[in-house]
Design a protein around this ligand. Structure first.
Ligand SMILES: NC(=O)c1ccc[n+]([C@@H]2O[C@H](COP(=O)([O-])OP(=O)(O)OC[C@H]3O[C@@H](n4cnc5c(N)ncnc54)[C@H](OP(=O)(O)O)[C@@H]3O)[C@@H](O)[C@H]2O)c1
Length: 252
């Protein structure tokens, strides 16, 4: 699983380990990964998922140890706060490389293991996306673009792998309080602040998606699923509201 050194990835690793999975923990901060691996009996792979060569080398090492893989969680991700007019151009590119392409490279490189896993009783790819994959708020434009691309990847991968025994699940959280995304301190809208959840809730959604074979899960369901549906049904109306959410001045 990628992005296991904090937040949603760390919480999901803990929950999966409780359920008997042996997790290979992937991220860049080795010290954090080692501490968690010692605690849950996992393995560590230091890798920048935005670097395709590094992902291929990581996958080779993992496949040598584990020819069959039961679950790949593409969770590593970073924020990119600011509108398209203000955000640093390098960040526009980097957020695509990490949030979107990182999952593409990991899935392609680990596919042989997932195929063996499928032959062994079934395997799963979970893409940790965001409600920002369905709605684009002005102050998170580059981030939302990376998540829209990631959702398209996840949906088209599900179609491409149909009938292979590899199930693909998309998990779309709303605002979650984590190190990389400290939502409570920065959200301008008091209403949105009321719907901030914590990583264990998302971990439950990830495991639930796998165990129940759910293709697309929004967590929490209310109000985020309704927001995604409104965006699809009445984009003109939504365009009036997507500007209301902003980060507090000085917090980006
Ligand atoms: N928090 C939210 O409100 C929210 C809402 C919806 C979706 N999400 C998504 O949830 C996922 C997890 O985020 P989080 O909220 O749990 O944030 P987090 O606590 O900051 O965790 C992000 C994880 O991704 C890893 N990561 C970042 N860049 C990486 C890279 N280039 N290569 C490898 N690993 C990298 C980080 O580890 P290292 O720094 O050690 O590499 C860390 O383990 C992300 O995809 C995010 O977009 C978050």
């Amino acid at each position: 699983m990628t992005g296991a050194s904090s937040g949603i990835g760390e919480a999901t690793a803990r929950l999966l380990a409780e359920k008997g999975w042996r997790c290979v923990l992937v991220a860049r901060r080795e010290d954090r990964l080692r501490t968690l691996a010692d605690e849950i009996g996992g393995e560590v792979e230091v890798c920048d998922v935005g670097d395709r060569g590094a992902v291929e080398a990581m996958a080779e090492r993992v496949l040598e140890r584990h020819p069959a893989i039961g679950l790949l969680l593409n969770n590593a991700g970073m924020p990119a706060r600011g509108t398209f007019l203000t955000v640093d151009p390098d960040l526009v590119r980097r957020v695509i490389e990490v949030n979107y392409l990182g999952g593409v490279w990991c899935t392609r490189a680990l596919l042989p293991g997932l195929k063996w896993g499928a032959a062994d009783g079934g395997s799963h790819v979970v893409n940790l996306i965001s409600v920002a994959g369905t709605v684009a708020l002005a102050p998170a434009g580059a981030y939302a673009s990376s998540k829209h691309a990631q959702l398209a990847f996840s949906r088209s991968l599900a179609a491409a792998l149909k009938g292979t025994g590899i199930q693909v699940h998309s998990v779309l959280p709303g605002f979650v309080e984590t190190e990389g995304f400290p939502q409570k301190g920065v959200l301008g809208s008091r209403l949105l602040s009321r719907f901030v959840i914590h990583p264990p809730r998302v971990a439950e959604a990830v495991v639930g998606a796998v165990e129940k074979g759910k293709r697309e899960v929004t967590v929490p369901w209310f109000p985020y699923r309704q927001i995604s549906i409104l965006q699809a049904l009445v984009p003109g109306l939504m365009a009036r509201f997507v500007g209301v959410s902003d980060y507090r001045p000085g917090s980006v």
